[in-house]
Write a protein that binds this ligand. Structure first.
Ligand code: NOJ
Length: 580
């Protein structure tokens, strides 16, 4: 978004013709549902164990759907649940067409789909197309027989010294992108862990396999996919640093094949590329339907953490503008199940964030991969529920589809005693008074990942039981913000612009749609602020959508008094649109 001030003091371009935009939206081939959805990202194996074996499972998830309905989310993104040796938490897939039997079965998956359908909820699953596990049958056959068709599913070299070398994505754990395979007697290429060989995605036989896997799950009722590692997929690969001739073809074809099975299927891609390369992944509307907003993730979470609006301005400046009637769309998030990757911040801010948010001690350190913190939102914000609630309100008000990361809605902390990113993946804490916080009845020794509750002396261990149904709790405030988003179609359909506010530790933006304006104001500071926000609406019809801050609609704008970390969403008929 261009942040030059407009004549009315707002910032950014304004598209007047919302009706025309809506038309494109309707016939431009974009299913609408995902733009209105509020997504909840969870890992089945750490959500709820139903049979006491220490592993979360599909039955446990089904039993907890009431909780998710209560929170108000209407789309689940399930992290990988496929058979896997779990050396990268399931992103090392050993069989694309099944459910890991510790988590359930295909029948139970079908039951989940039916339950979600009955509740009007959608389902997005993770599709890992860049690599498999070394345990995958394709790799086993590839290494055993150089003449097998599977050999060319992967990338090999017998001349390691002449081969293309580039940095590994997990630099702390891997020296490079080649590992020697004793059975094949050659090196194979892997951008992630050595047990995750890259697929040769330029091979038409591999492409066909990948399309067929997408079809397999769409036929079983999923509404779309989170495409893992979409950026590494199109990077140079293998001995000769081979690139796909036409990488966009791969996205286009994947979408075409997916839409042939389910015309409302969507592809949301994890493409953590440079801001000026992001447009590429949309392929002019024929590529991915949305991209995970990594620029937003680093900037928004940092801006809220330091109580300053400039990172938000910078985020809007850097990324292509979300288009209600067009093809650019963001999947926004505050934290995910990986490290909080800071590489998109300017150098000084990155250095600042590295030290400012760093936690650990006794040999533990939150800094990982030379680029981020393995911390949860509650750690970044010192367990301050007011700030976590405000961050969620902001997330839910940003142009794009919001994704709530499981456990953040109750303020769960990281457990730095656990290795690598497991620190931020501990099981859901349902009830702190129950064994294993209600996640499982198993012996703590048998849990898939230990339940957090011991690692942080003095840190309040959040749970659901103490918050659900308790007015003013973090859970209820996040649920209120989700509800506000569901009642605000302007966010997905309106034209967004930044509204400049003084002081700049208060952030405001607005949406204009159908003659109405929706203003959202967030006090990033811990201290109270009084601001006057340029928002010319009819005082008679002004309607607070979220928050209980005092406001007064006057000629010069709206005067708002906000407590520390308080926020307000306000809707009204815009007088500009009313034909002043
Ligand atoms: C991104 C996933 O979010 C991460 O957890 C995983 O390690 C890599 N892709 C490799 O699949």
């Amino acid at each position: 978004m261009d942040v030059d001030a407009n004549a009315d003091g707002t910032r950014g371009p304004r598209r007047a013709d919302a009706a025309a935009a809506a038309e494109v939206f309707a016939d431009g081939g974009h299913p609408e549902w995902y733009r209105d959805a509020v997504v909840y990202s969870l890992d089945v194996k750490t959500f709820q164990d139903s049979d006491g074996d220490g592993w979360g499972d599909f039955r446990g998830l089904i039993d907890r759907l009431d909780y998710l309905e209560d929170l108000g989310v209407d789309c689940l993104w399930l992290r990988p649940f496929y058979p896997s040796p779990l050396r990268d938490n399931g992103y090392d897939v050993a069989d694309y067409r099944d459910v890991d039997d510790r988590l359930g079965s295909l029948d139970e998956f079908a039951e989940l789909v039916a339950e979600l359908d009955a509740r009007g909820m959608r389902l997005v699953t993770d599709l890992v197309l860049n690599h498999t596990s070394t345990d995958h049958e394709w790799f086993q056959r590839a290494r055993e027989d150089p003449d097998s068709k599977y050999h060319d599913y992967y990338l090999w070299t017998s001349h390691i010294d002449d081969a293309y070398h580039t940095g590994n994505i997990f630099p702390e754990f891997e020296d490079g992108v080649w590992s020697y395979d004793e059975v094949a007697g050659k090196h194979y290429f892997h951008q992630f862990y050595g047990h995750q060989p890259d697929l040769n995605v330029a091979n038409p036989a591999v492409q066909e396999e990948l399309f067929a896997i997408a079809e397999f799950w769409l036929e079983r009722g999923v509404d779309g996919f989170r495409i893992d590692a979409a950026h590494p997929m199109v990077l140079p690969k293998g001995h000769d640093a081979h690139r796909l001739d036409d990488p966009q073809w791969l996205f286009r074809e994947l979408k075409r094949r997916a839409r042939d099975v389910n015309e409302e299927a969507v592809l949301l891609a994890e493409a953590d590329d440079e801001p000026d390369r992001l447009d590429f992944y949309f392929a002019g509307g024929e590529g991915f339907d949305g991209l995970f907003n990594f620029v937003g993730n680093s900037h928004v979470t940092y801006g809220v953490g330091v109580g300053d609006g400039w990172p938000l301005y910078r985020m809007f400046e850097q990324i292509p503008e979300a288009e209600p009637g067009g093809h650019v769309w963001w999947a926004n998030f505050l934290r995910n199940h990986d490290e909080w990757n800071l590489l998109k911040l300017p150098h000084e801010a990155l250095e600042h964030a590295r030290e400012e948010f760093r936690q650990g001690g006794d040999g533990r350190d939150s800094w990982i991969f030379g680029r981020g913190h393995r911390l949860r939102l509650a750690d970044l914000y010192d367990g301050d529920h007011d700030r976590i609630a405000m961050a969620h309100s902001l997330l839910l008000s940003l142009p794009g589809t919001p994704i709530v990361n499981s456990g953040d809605e109750i303020g769960m902390h990281a457990d730095l005693d656990l290795p690598e990113r497991q620190a931020v993946r501990t099981p859901m804490r349902w009830d702190g008074d129950e064994p294993n916080a209600g996640f499982s009845t198993a012996d703590p020794e048998d849990l898939v990942i230990p339940v957090d509750g011991t690692g942080w002396p003095g840190v309040f261990q959040a749970d659901v039981a103490s918050q659900r149904g308790v007015p003013g709790s973090l859970f209820e405030r996040v649920a209120d913000a989700v509800d506000a988003r569901k009642r605000s179609p302007e966010v997905a359909r309106g034209d967004c612009s930044i509204v400049h506010v003084d002081p700049d530790d208060v952030w405001a933006h607005r949406f204009d749609h159908d003659g109405r304006g929706l203003l959202t104001v967030h006090n990033l500071a811990s201290e109270p602020r009084e601001v006057v926000v340029d928002f010319d609406i009819d005082p008679a019809g002004a309607e607070p959508v979220l928050g209980s801050a005092d406001y007064r609609v006057a000629d010069s704008g709206v005067a708002v008094t906000l407590g520390g970390c308080e926020y307000l969403w306000l809707r009204g008929e815009t007088r500009e649109a009313g034909g002043r």
